[in-house]
Design a protein around this ligand. Sequence first.
Ligand code: ADP
Ligand code: MG
Length: 399
Amino acid sequence: MIGKRTIADLDPKAIEGKRALVRVDFNVPVKDGVVGDETRIRAALPTIRALKGMGARVVLLSHLGRPKGGGYEAKYSLKPVAAALELLLGSPITFIPDAALLDAADATRRLPRGGVALVENTRFLAGEETNDAATADVLAKLGDFFVNDAFGSAHRAHASTEAVAHQLKPAVAGYLMEKELEYLGKALAEPARPFIAVLGGAKISGKIDVITNLLPKVDQILIGGAMANTFFKAQGASVGTSLVEDERLDMAIDLLSKAGPKIVLPESVVVAEALEKPGTRREVEWHAIPDRCGVYDIGVAARTRFAMLIKGAKTVVWNGPMGVFETPPFDEGTVAVAKALAAATAKGAVTVVGGGDSAAAIAKAGLEEQVSHVSTGGGASLEFLEGKVLPGVAALDDR
Ligand code: ADP
Ligand code: MG
């Protein structure tokens, strides 16, 4: 269905006893040697457990943070992740400190069936970020076939995501990767209609390509967040002290004329004298923003309208918060949209949330289980919505 081979497409005999080299996304926050948020580790468990269960020897690859790429840096070591994974899986993890050492491949062969090893941070290897073939070759020696389950890293062509998938075959998608491609791909390729996109966040500039790619596909685009301010100003309104992109005004006018009624802007907004002065907040119409105030959220009227449209949709893609959701009470518009997505899902709509801050917002609202899919890949899901080919996906075997 996703156009790429998956674990389910492999002959069980090609898995049993073989070494599965699995690229996962264990790029988790680590503080004082302890993993802070295990979400990304948990997201890879279905693939790891399935391969274990099929008798594979599972060898995991991941990056963590942004080391300089010249070798080991203690604060970016995956050691703490190995400890967290050991607890989650309830079985011991063999830690391989350096993929480039001769005994690394031996260590993978010594794993028992169903055993799991974690290789140290791929970004300690000089050739990782340059997608170097020789580095990919070093990695390819650690497995008999390749599984990519790191959707969140698939937009980067690195040795452990792209080059290795050419050198180690078969190269297939893991369960998380499959789920991401299925939900995001289906929403864009064959959406049940009405299909509504909800876009927000800080800047239009980062999302122009998303708007341009989505416009011909969707029935409507609802726009909130600071992005809306640029559209207000483009139509001649004053936006006070709001975050606005003056260099994108022409682009906003152009988009509005292209999109016609497809673009729905908030008719009302919540303004305040400053983020730190929630007591000064009030709701005004979009063309009546006071000079000494800034916009920090969509207004109640806009929330009601957005919620009504979302609840009437059969497919909803949401990227970007409606306001400064990190600072209550300016999270109310974002929470209202999150609730509307949950309500639409309950009525049978397919709802997909992409983007790091949007995922954080829906988790904060406690509604992540009540939408169809929350993407684990911030940048990768954005590039997917832009219609770009993700190199880590493209390199996998076609169906
Ligand atoms: P995502 O990570 O989901 O793609 P973005 O990174 O594009 O989302 O945008 C999220 C940021 O946008 C948040 O930090 C939020 O505070 C900010 N934001 C939303 N609305 C406003 C606004 N009206 N003024 C200033 N910042 C805003
Ligand atoms: Mg963000």
